[in-house]
Design a protein around this ligand. Structure first.
Ligand code: ACO
Length: 435
């Protein structure tokens, strides 16, 4: 671990003569961590932290979040600056390489990614195996996992060149897989990628175009797509990223690890929330029903959540939600949508919730998913595609974190411990003698 340990705490176990010195590792910015690795060896105890709310599972230099202040940095750069000035592919380079590229480095990188956008023709056959109404995330889990059967030449995770080519392949092919999952779903022909288009533009082309007529991607929508991708590119050790790291710690190949990440992202408490927000808004239906809906949310017995609100780390406004709310207005105006009832409903819901004691006391603010569904719907995406789009954008974050983990000399297989509260050892009783 690179942080220096100058402070420490000594723990002595009551009723024993055992004690251990626990060093405190300082972060460059943010919360320091206790290095508890000697705790079990010296004291014979584990730590207990369900949901890992207070546990750092790795050292990382990629993304920093200050949840109290609502700050998000990629490699030190504020998300607001990247959203305004950068592009998704440049952010990909930044996340993977740790620095902004020079013009030449960017050109090489762009070429490196964009020349891998096509899928092996046999992968087309995988799509035919799914029911037409399969959820795009189910298709993506399956097809991304299946990529490991096609690229035997790049599966040596200890070879940096293999890791890089796998990273390029994953970032390049994931939009094609997502667009084809949609095309299969609605029975339209698959559109092949156009490598002379920008990354987000090419995705919109594969998604919206049909072979029967020419299709020109609206540059404002391409920029909005690019922005959405930037905002979702990485978010430090969230559930899906931790899943990728855990799968990767066993030595599993990167395609299998990203498929695991996609599966983890799918849940409504994580990436599936954007889809759930739109369903929730449709169910509320009208501003007059907001108060009744919030009463249900506050009733513990109902298990109803205000989707798109709350976050494990942010106890303030999610900075991505602010950016996406602004983009929402721009996109709707570009599309000539003057009054969007869903946006109006969402903004009223946000206003009421932010002034409600339940949400104020618990520091529950809108997260990135509260507004992303509205913008994606206006751009012509069905709700079932929302989480798939999140997976497309997050692939670079997953692969950067996976790369960082593999290169980390302290990397070990991820293997949490437990506190066992089941039956102590007992003897087997034959069924004939059980009472
Ligand atoms: N609606 C109502 N109550 C909520 C919400 C919500 N959206 N989120 C948290 N709470 C309540 C909890 O019930 C709990 O109340 P209590 O103290 O009375 O028991 C309190 O706020 C603290 O919440 P936790 O569940 O402990 O927070 P946790 O960090 O475990 O969960 C999570 C975070 C999963 C994001 C949660 O806020 C949630 O389910 N939100 C809705 C789903 C969502 O929008 N997910 C997207 C997250 S962002 C992303 O993945 C891209």
């Amino acid at each position: 671990m690179s942080g220096s340990a100058k402070r420490s705490v000594t723990i002595t176990l009551d009723g024993s003569n055992k004690s251990v010195s626990i060093p405190l590792i300082e972060a460059t910015v943010g919360t320091p961590v206790f290095d508890i690795r000697k705790l079990y060896g010296d004291l014979g105890v584990f730590t207990y932290d369900p949901g890992y709310g207070g546990t750092a599972a790795c050292e990382s230099k990629i993304t920093y979040i200050d949840g109290d202040e609502g700050i998000l940095l990629y490699r030190g750069y504020p998300i607001e600056q990247l959203a305004e000035k950068s592009t998704f592919l440049e952010v990909c380079y930044l996340l993977m390489e740790g620095a902004l590229p020079t013009a030449t480095q960017f050109k090489d990188f762009e070429l490196g990614v964009m020349r891998h956008t096509m899928l092996h023709e046999q992968i087309r056959e995988f799509f035919n195996g799914f029911r037409r109404d399969a959820h795009p995330m189910a298709v993506m889990c399956g097809v991304v996992g299946a990529l490991s059967a096609f690229y035997h030449d790049s599966l040596d995770i200890h070879d940096p060149a293999s890791r890089t080519i796998s990273a390029f392949r994953l970032i390049a092919k994931i939009p094609t897989i997502a667009a084809w999952a949609y095309k299969y779903n609605c029975g339209q022909p698959f559109m092949y990628p156009q490598n002379d288009l920008g990354y987000a533009e090419n995705f919109l082309y594969m998604f919206h175009a049909v072979p029967a007529e020419p299709y020109k991607v609206n540059p404002i929508l391409a920029r909005a797509m690019d922005l959405i991708m930037i905002l979702h590119a990485d978010h430090e050790q969230n559930a899906s990223t931790s899943t990728v790291r855990l799968a990767g710690s066993t030595g599993a190949n990167p395609f299998a690890c990203i498929a695991a990440g996609i599966a983890s992202l799918w849940g409504p408490a994580h990436g599936g929330a954007n889809e759930a927000v739109l369903k929730m808004l449709a169910e509320i239906g009208h501003v007059k029903n907001i108060t009744g809906f919030l009463s249900e949310v506050k009733d513990k017995g109902s298990h109803t959540k205000l989707m798109g609100f709350g976050h494990r780390v942010y106890k303030n406004y999610d900075p991505r939600a602010k950016i996406i709310q602004k983009a929402c207005h721009e996109v709707l105006s570009e599309l000539g949508i003057k009054d969007d009832p869903l946006l109006d409903l969402a903004m009223e819901l946000e206003k009421i919730a932010l002034n409600d004691k339940y949400f104020v006391d618990r520091k529950l603010y809108p997260n990135v998913d509260f507004y992303s569904g509205i913008i994606l719907k206006a751009m012509g995406f069905p709700t079932s595609m929302f989480t798939a789009l999140f997976a497309v954008s997050r692939t670079v974050g997953w692969i950067s974190q996976w790369q960082e983990m593999i290169a980390d000399p302290e990397q070990r297989i991820g293997r949490p411990r437990q506190i066992y509260t089941g039956a102590p050892q007992r003897d087997y009783v034959p069924i004939s003698t059980r009472g």
